[in-house]
Write a protein that binds this ligand. Structure first.
Ligand SMILES: *Cc1c(COP(=O)(O)O)cnc(C)c1O
Length: 229
């Protein structure tokens, strides 16, 4: 096994262990392999290894990969997006993970050919550098999206703070689950909100224990190109 195969096997074991710990089905957890830091060649390897959901965080990075890779990939756009770039990505992605502004909703409505599955990004920890709506703003934001029929809110997304304190990270994920459950219970037709996109290389195990249905794993899975494996 090369390093890449070893990493995949390790992650798969970890996901299974986390699922077992809390009695979840492995099939309820989707891995988005984040390829933003690696070449199209590596991204193709990742796809061929069985990962059908790949993530990019910049319009140019996505366009680059789309030009180089012809396989049927479900692309997830996970980065901040400016309104003027919506048109560049909206008809090429299966999911948008970073919705948090009305200007983006309006632009999607204008540019999308089909309904776009979106996650509303929530800034639970209140870090100023992070984008996302606050927990207090969340319900109002989702309510105000009613009527924009190109936007479907499939779930909520967050990035946990970069800290070592595992229990604090866990509490962020727990709060996300509570928020998701509340929005789901409102039964908005445009916002089924059944999904939770949370967990990255450093914290996906905790995220899965707390209910993540999409984990976005970059470096731990795809590696860093300079490794030469
Ligand atoms: C880069 C990125 C990831 C993956 O990060 P890793 O730490 O490499 O796993 C996940 N989500 C978002 C929004 C990102 O920008």
């Amino acid at each position: 096994m090369n390093k890449f195969q070893q990493r995949i096997q390790q992650i798969e074991e970890n996901i299974q262990t986390s699922c077992d710990k809390v009695g979840r089905n492995r099939s309820d957890v989707h891995v988005v392999a984040v390829t933003k830091g690696v070449s199209s060649t590596r991204a193709k390897e990742v796809f061929n290894a069985g990962f059908k959901h790949l993530g990019e965080n910049r319009p140019d990075g996505l366009r680059n990969k789309l030009e180089q890779i012809k396989e049927e990939i479900n692309w997830h756009f996970i980065g901040n997006l400016q309104s003027r770039r919506v048109r560049d990505i909206v008809n090429n992605v299966s999911h948008l993970h970073s919705l948090s502004r009305m200007s983006i909703v309006k632009e999607i409505q204008k540019r999308a050919e089909d309904v776009v599955d979106c996650f509303v990004q929530v800034n639970v920890s209140g870090e100023e550098a992070k984008s996302g709506v606050t927990p207090e703003e969340l319900e109002g934001f989702i309510e105000s999206i009613q009527g924009y029929d190109k936007v479907r809110i499939v779930g909520l997304m967050t990035m946990a703070p970069h800290i070592d304190d595992q229990e604090e990270i866990r509490s962020v994920f727990k709060e996300m689950r509570t928020l998701r459950d509340r929005i789901e219970s409102l039964n908005f037709p445009h916002a089924p909100c059944t999904e939770l996109s949370m967990g990255m290389s450093n914290d996906y195990k905790i995220a899965i224990e707390e209910g993540a249905t999409y984990v976005r794993i970059g470096t731990a899975l795809v590696g860093e190109e300079s490794e030469g494996d």
